[in-house]
Design a protein around this ligand. Structure first.
Ligand SMILES: [Cu+2]
Length: 129
């Protein structure tokens, strides 16, 4: 009898753990799920990139520090913009736009979280004058 009870408890414990895992997944707590970064709506846009099915056009843009890139989303599928260092992360969108202001020089690769073949890069460089 004692053995029977402890076996049932053990099974209950395993099911409980599975249940917790499923709940965390639904709540979006899965590791690696990108946390959106607010769009810089009023920033001076120096380059616009179309995000459509399934590419960024153009895939590479170059701007100066203090300028912004605006991504314009065109359906029918949802896309987002997720930088490798997570400094800019949009929501998944079918239409609308997302803008990010780049304060510093650097090279910022990004991709679409559901279409890993969609890739782009933002190069931020001070103009040589
Ligand atoms: Cu996509």
């Amino acid at each position: 009898m004692r053995n029977g009870i402890s076996r049932r408890d053990a099974i209950g414990g395993v099911l409980g753990l599975l249940g917790l895992g499923a709940t965390a997944g639904v709540a979006g707590c899965a590791p690696g799920a990108p946390e959106p970064v607010l769009s810089d709506e009023d920033a001076p846009v120096a380059a616009t990139v179309r995000a459509y099915d399934n590419a960024y056009d153009p895939p590479e843009v170059e701007i100066a520090p203090g300028e912004a890139v605006r991504w314009e989303f065109e359906g029918p599928a949802e896309h987002d913009v997720v930088s490798e260092d997570r400094r800019f992360v949009s929501e998944l969108m079918r239409e609308g736009s997302y803008t990010h202001l780049f304060a510093e020089e650097g090279e910022f690769p990004y991709l679409c979280s559901i279409h890993p073949e969609m890739r782009g890069v933002v190069r931020v460089r001070r103009a040589l004058r």
